[in-house]
Design a protein around this ligand. Structure first.
Ligand code: NAI
Length: 326
């Protein structure tokens, strides 16, 4: 098949170009969006990532160009209008799981860095400042950790935190056996927010979960709580997060995702002017640690993403359907 790969980085070229599976790949660095969809001419499929915009307007043009498959290189699909895809007869396939360990371990990394201020110590040492004043943290052991969304990643995160000796609270409409076996206690969201000293978000972004943490939920939070979000930026209202930090309700915030990250994360703005004032404000707090949507980024995850995406392409070419279609 002829496949146009959008948002293509060097590691995507390495993963796909020499796959030996007989597909022809065209790599485009830009995101798929209404302004770039014209580049798909002659493609049987497009291969996209988290920031590509696959809305009705884009899908219409894909259909007009006989492009019948959208192969996502990720698990989340909040950037795809599935109803419109159905209407235009376009199959949407994803990579449902590639490494829950990659994301869960990164969430723990954010938690530990924020708590023990490793990100700040790094800069002190580079200035030959060996003082430790202000770098005090707390024992994670014995803390109450609230996990919102206990699917594949949430369960791995819960298993790691159990190993630290934490008490686990959980919120998910579908309680999970693994979490129950870890001794996690499921409860309503408000109760989890009120009781947790650390909260980690692992649910998908849907209309139900949009701004799950907003200015109303700030009132429910335990004072000084640490919040970690490696799921999707839209789960947290960034204005509410800023308010929560200024009011000292949120004691630390680790973000691998941000609600307006499209067009910013994965790009180099070091020589430019940052236009996003909310992101600048969040970046300015000493107790906020932001990374650029890199939780998935391990060798193992990349290999699995490539393998499952190629499997989706192969299957569609052979049968017109995909095991992992949505
Ligand atoms: P999963 O589908 O295995 O688990 C999601 C869980 O969330 C399910 O148990 C589901 O019941 C639960 N859920 C659904 N609606 C909910 C609600 N309203 N409230 C609470 N829980 C709810 O997905 P997985 O693989 O664990 O991934 C979770 C999320 O992590 C993805 O949706 C994606 O947004 C994000 N992700 C982030 C990455 C990164 O690099 N930062 C990489 C991969 C995934």
């Amino acid at each position: 098949m002829n496949v146009t790969v959008f948002s293509a980085k060097n590691y995507d070229r390495h993963s796909f170009a020499n796959s030996g599976r007989g597909h022809e790949f065209t790599f485009i660095e830009d995101r798929l969006r209404p302004e770039t969809v014209a580049l798909v001419a002659q493609s049987d499929a497009v291969c996209v990532f988290v920031h590509d915009i696959v809305n009705e307007e884009v899908l219409k043009v894909l259909a007009e160009n006989n492009c019948r498959l959208v192969a996502l290189r990720c698990a989340g699909f909040n950037n795809v209008d599935l109803d419109a895809a159905k209407q235009y007869g376009i199959t949407v396939a994803r990579v449902p799981a590639y490494s829950p360990y990659a994301v869960a371990e990164f969430a723990v990394g954010l938690l530990l860095s924020l708590n023990r201020k490793i990100h700040r110590a790094y800069y002190r040492i580079r200035e030959y400042d060996y003082s430790i004043d202000g770098l005090e943290g707390f024992d994670v052991h014995g803390k109450t950790v609230g996990i919102i969304g206990t699917g594949k990643i949430g369960c791995v995160f819960g298993t790691i935190m159990k190993g630290f000796g934490c008490k686990l609270l959980a919120y998910d409409p579908y309680p999970n056996e693994t979490m129950l076996n870890l001794g996690a206690q499921y409860m309503p969201l408000e109760e989890l927010l009120a009781r947790s000293e650390i909260i980690s978000l692992h649910c998908p972004l849907t209309p139900d979960t949009y701004h799950l943490i907003d200015s109303n939920s700030l009132q429910d939070l335990k004072k000084g709580v640490m919040i970690i979000n490696t799921s999707r930026g839209g789960l947290i209202d960034a204005d509410a997060a800023i308010k929560g930090i200024k009011e000292r309700t949120i004691g630390a915030l680790g973000l691998d995702v941000y609600e307006e990250e499209e067009g910013i994360f994965f790009e180099d703005y070091s020589e430019g002017i940052m236009e996003d004032d909310r992101l600048s404000r969040l970046t300015s707090f000493p107790n906020v640690l932001i990374t650029s949507h890199q939780a998935f980024f391990t060798r193992e995850a990349l290999a699995n993403i490539a393998e499952i995406t190629l499997h989706n392409l192969d299957q569609y070419e052979q049968s017109g359907t995909c095991e992992y279609s949505l």
